[in-house]
Design a protein around this ligand. Sequence first.
Ligand code: FES
Length: 149
Amino acid sequence: MLLNIEINGQQVSAKRGETILTVLNRIGVKVPTLCYLSSLSPSGACRMCVVEVEGLSHLVPACSHQVEEWMQIHTHSPRVLKARKTLVELLLANHPDDCLYCDRNGSCELQGLSEELQVRDRKYISKYKPIQIDKACPSIQRDPAKCVL
Ligand code: FES
């Protein structure tokens, strides 16, 4: 059964059980995602994909929230953009300042989002402490300091 929803003023059909992100991807509306991996169950942890749904008091993560009949969704409202910017600022508060020396410099999603959302300075200060990099595997290194939740 198809549901009728509205995304940024556009009428869209969606299947029951689909997530908002699935529908957005299908119609070509891009919202940022950091923790979402299509091969895993969505955790909704980073909240970067939040969207505004009319009638709800809180923003919802598009990657884990299912569509409902007559939903009216706004993906880039001022409230959504402000929330995403704050989320990036909070992630950066716990992020090491080693971008210039990082292997991902220039191809980093967090760096790209910071640029896109015009994050220009460190707004929040945390008690960040360096965490040891896990080099137990010869082909993969895991740096917990780069975690995006
Ligand atoms: S991408 Fe949706 S919560 Fe992280």
